[in-house]
Design a protein around this ligand. Structure first.
Ligand code: KIV
Ligand code: NA
Length: 276
């Protein structure tokens, strides 16, 4: 299993860090088999596998349920679990309790929290000193979509770009082990990446980040319709699933499945005789 130091080492060597989300046993198992560096049990699971319109419906229990399954599928891969909406904004005490639950019960290697408000920065340092590694997440932070006014690129102007850089520096200073940059112009992501000694992991943040993360179902096109500009689909599972299920339906209707290859048989004389 890699550690946070493996990732800092990879940054130094310009060996790109790969991260993919996974939300259950089979997806995590295949991600581990593909030898991804890190798995993220992201709260994007709310949209991707639970069908909610945004991540704000996801609960700590949802995260536990999915993260435990993902961990069983990929016990040897560094796994980061998202703290969901409002599980770390009510009070520092509640945030610590929720973090303890998520960290202990899932056996994850780190937790991820969004934003860089004074509270989040303080929590980053509290969790770190309690022994819970924190992955930060700035730029487009989907849990705040209603405050940000939509899913759009962050840091496009001098002042907002400067703020992103300051946030990244602040989060590193307070113990973050890595930082996700979501929907940030590549030039700004490059500046941040060069400025930090912890790795940056980009999604919609260009080629110069130390690593990349994508949503599992987006990579393979599984149950997703529209994908954002920054997603490159590497497969088309929608098509192969639909084709498989349609063939199954067609064969059942045509009475060609299950034929004898898929049935159990006994000798005719073993059948009970007479009127039953
Ligand atoms: O929940 C998620 O999938 C994420 C990634 C997009 C970084 O937070
Ligand atoms: Na997330």
């Amino acid at each position: 299993m890699k550690s946070r130091f493996s990732f800092e080492e990879m940054k130094k060597n310009q060996d790109k860090i790969t991260m993919v989300t996974a939300y259950d046993y089979p997806s995590a198992k295949l991600a581990e088999r593909a030898e991804v560096d890190m798995i993220l049990v992201g709260d994007s699971l709310g949209m991707v596998v639970l069908g909610y319109p945004s991540t704000i419906h996801v609960t700590v229990d949802d995260m536990l349920h999915h993260a435990k399954a993902a961990r069983r599928g990929a016990p040897n891969t560094y796994t980061v679990v998202d703290m969901p909406f409002m599980s770390y904004h009510v009070s520092l005490e509640d945030s610590m309790k929720n973090a303890k639950t998520l960290f202990q019960q899932t056996g994850a290697q780190a937790l991820k929290i969004e934003g860089a408000s004074a509270e989040v920065v303080q929590l980053t340092s509290r969790l770190t000193s309690a022994g819970i590694p924190v992955v930060a997440h700035i730029g487009l932070t989907p849990q705040s979509v209603n405050v940000l006014g939509g899913y759009r690129v962050q840091g496009k102007e001098k002042d907002t770009a400067k703020r992103l850089i300051e946030e990244a520096v602040e989060l590193e200073k307070h113990g973050a082990i890595a930082i996700v940059l979501e929907c940030v112009p590549k030039e700004v992501a490059r500046l941040i990446t060069n400025k930090l000694s912890i790795p940056t992991i980009g999604i919609g943040a260009g080629i110069d980040c130390d690593g990349q993360v994508l949503v599992y179902h987006d990579i393979i096109q599984y149950g997703v319709n529209r994908v954002p500009k920054f997603v490159k689909p590497y497969g088309d599972v929608n098509h192969s699933i639909k084709q498989s299920i349609s063939s199954y339906i067609a064969e059942v209707k045509a009475q060609t499945f299950p034929n004898d290859s898929y049935s159990f048989t006994i000798d005719e004389h073993e059948l009970p005789e007479g009127k039953l």
